[in-house]
Design a protein around this ligand. Structure first.
Ligand SMILES: *Cc1c(COP(=O)(O)O)cnc(C)c1O
Length: 422
């Protein structure tokens, strides 16, 4: 599918008068429409709720939009819990799906009334040691082996650090029951960024069968099945996006085939989507500031991997549109680079694009999730602003750009920098 930015060159020129590039910009209207489609797709399930994975886009303005659309939040750290608390999420609006959990975080989550999702059987004792055992507890499942759909290997749970084995999960349910837990959840995340309508229904089939087996083995009252994240987006233009209505219906079919006959027709379905909720509705806007002709052709831009790490970290493809040149032929081959002293700081390698001039604005697509959030500060580079394109077409600053002062803030205890003039 042809990728079209949700902003034009004219809009960006205007925005850049107030907010210099680089910046991430999010499309409020599209975020809301997509959240509504998701809700509709699972409306057959009475207790359905999406818990947005905060780590994907940890911005309070974004969380508020999703809250208005009926979403909760999925947190896995103390600061994500704090952010969610400040945004007004509480109790069953919060899923705490942590792993390798630092001491004190279960207590914090429990005091907020969040659902706690235990990554390991040994965490039962950690939970007990720091807080009262809640009435409802979720356990995370890892089936091991490879996760296959038909003949295609989707991912490798046997190699993943998350979750517990089936035997451990059954033992955990029995122990938790003895400790007074009344209701249970089951969670698994078996494949990331799946661009197929079959992932969730296949996962649901596995978890529903597990729920029936666990209920028979332990007598546990199953309250919810958490399908977690993993529904993806097409980063490349040659792929078709997932159809969430088809996905929801596929899960419904599994539910009716497996859960309803087992007397589990009241169980709620939860999701913890991050990428699907936000990725296509955010873009990184950056300006071409240099061109360089050596053994290859380079375009240097004012953003770098600090603003978007996925290409450097995973070799991930992000589509690029040169604003105002949407209809020009892609007859130039470029590496599009940032300024880090790291040769992997490239947003694109050997990418066919229209001829780029200094001053052109580039729109890097699909940065709305796991984009800004992964940023770091290598080479002393600062993180950018985040902007919201609102439904009425106006633009709101939803995070200011970092300043050198932010970068040096962790030395505020020290005398060496106290007379710094920046
Ligand atoms: C990262 C994560 C998610 C969201 O994953 P996406 O790929 O963004 O959908 C959901 N749940 C847990 C526990 C996660 O770690």
């Amino acid at each position: 599918m042809k990728k079209i930015p949700f902003v034009t060159k004219e809009q960006i020129e205007k925005i850049a008068e107030t907010y210099p590039t680089p910046f991430h910009i999010y499309d409020e209207k599209a975020i809301r429409e997509n959240a509504r489609k998701l809700k509709q797709a699972f409306s057959w399930n009475k207790g359905y709720k999406e818990y947005f994975a905060v780590k994907a886009t940890p911005n309070p303005y974004i969380l508020k939009i999703l809250q208005e659309e009926g979403c909760g939040v999925d947190c896995s750290s103390a600061t994500e819990l704090m952010l969610s608390d400040a945004c007004g999420f509480s109790g069953s609006d919060i899923m705490f799906s942590s792993n390798d959990t630092p001491e004190g975080e279960f207590r914090m989550a429990n005091e907020m009334g969040a659902y706690i999702n235990l990554d390991d059987i040994t965490h039962i004792d950690c939970l007990r040691a720091e807080t009262e055992i809640p009435e409802t507890v979720c356990c995370r499942f890892n089936p091991g082996g490879v996760f296959q759909m038909g003949t295609e290997i989707m991912d490798n749970p046997g190699d993943a650090k998350y979750g517990m084995t089936k035997e451990q999960l059954i033992e955990a349910f029995n122990r938790l029951k003895e400790l007074g837990v009344k209701r249970f959840g089951i969670h698994a995340f078996l494949a990331s960024n799946t661009v197929t309508n079959e992932y969730y229904p296949t996962l649901a089939g596995i978890l529903f069968a597990l729920a029936v087996e666990v209920k028979e083995a332990t007598g546990a009252d199953i309250a919810f099945i958490n399908l977690s994240g993993g529904v993806g987006v097409p980063y490349t233009p040659d792929r078709e996006p997932n159809d969430i209505a088809v996905i929801g219906d596929g899960v419904r079919k599994q539910f009716e085939a497996v859960m309803v006959p087992a007397g589990l027709g009241d169980v709620s379905i939860f999701t913890e989507l991050g990428r699907f909720m936000l990725a296509p509705y955010g873009g990184l806007v950056t300006k071409a500031i240099h061109e360089k002709h050596i053994h290859k052709e380079y375009i240097g831009v004012d953003a770098c991997a600090v603003n978007l790490m996925r290409p450097a970290m995973y070799g991930a493809y992000h589509h690029i549109t040169v604003l105002g040149k949407e209809n020009e032929p892609c007859d130039h081959k470029y590496d599009v680079t940032g300024s880090l002293c790291e040769n992997n700081d490239k947003f694109a390698v050997d990418r066919m694009l229209p001829q780029i001039e200094k001053g052109d604005y580039l729109f890097i697509h699909d940065t709305g999730a796991h984009g800004f959030a992964m940023g770091y500060n290598y080479n002393g580079r600062l993180k950018s602003a985040e902007l919201l394109l609102k439904e009425d077409g106006s633009v709101q600053l939803i995070r200011r750009a970092e300043t050198p002062k932010d970068y040096f803030a962790t030395f505020d205890f020290s005398d060496i920098l106290k007379d710094m003039k920046y």
